[in-house]
Design a protein around this ligand. Sequence first.
Ligand SMILES: O=C(O)c1cc(=O)[nH]c(=O)n1[C@@H]1O[C@H](COP(=O)(O)O)[C@@H](O)[C@H]1O
Length: 270
Amino acid sequence: MQLQELIEQIQQKKSMLCVGLDVDLEKIPKHLLELDDPIFEFNKAIIEATQEYCIAYKPNIAFYEAYGLKGWQALQKTINYINEHYPEQFTIADAKRGDIGNTSKMYAKAFFEDLNFDSVTVAPYMGKDSIEPFLQFKNKHAIMLGLTSNEGAKDFQFLENKGTLLFESVLKTSRTWVNSRQLMYVVGATKSSYLKKIRQILPDSFLLIPGVGAQGGNLKEVCEHGLNSTYGLIINSTRGIIYASQEEDFAIQAAYNAKALQEQMEPYIT
Ligand SMILES: O=C(O)c1cc(=O)[nH]c(=O)n1[C@@H]1O[C@H](COP(=O)(O)O)[C@@H](O)[C@H]1O
């Protein structure tokens, strides 16, 4: 997908919401477990209920790999369903990949060519040649971990060298890589106080912001500090939407929570 299409969708729907599709068979409504493919049926119902309020979907690949072949097939059916019925939605394979170049190229082929996602999340620890292979596919994007939402982010990401924090060096260096315009970055909503600083390094990039809802991130702060001239934010909520109810009304409740987040975003989209 071209960035312009994503920006237009944000404008039209007055939303920057991304719905995470992290399906845990222990959390989905019990009546779905009797169906042939409960993971896909759950996703289909969530997508139908939320698509008018969101601009992106983000299945976390771990939740599919955990169920082996059946999980992978459900992932394939889910991405095909979105691409066929809602091609305007930006799709994110949350896989956090990154390896020597030769291997990264195969990860990129898996998510961009075989599954046809618009983007994949990547981890920057192995550097330039582990990320550049993801940037060689037309209209595809790699979303690199910048400053993550979790507690352990402080173990390495805040290490300081000559007044610069490690995550800042990573962001700055990544801008020198080939096709770096195809990079987006993950910044946890729990770290929104750093967004101003991050925007100085990355004024034009899209940021994927997970961590509102279940992890306690503040949507208002994210919008106030993170927006740029093309909006530049994809704000994810997963458990807060897809597990709003574990009863038969799960899709209605998911829509209700997605709409509530969309309405909080609307004033920031002019
Ligand atoms: O890359 C991510 O999406 C991600 C990065 C990060 O720093 N923190 C984070 O929570 N995530 C993912 O975002 C989702 C958050 O889910 P909820 O906390 O349920 O909204 C999960 O799929 C996480 O793996």
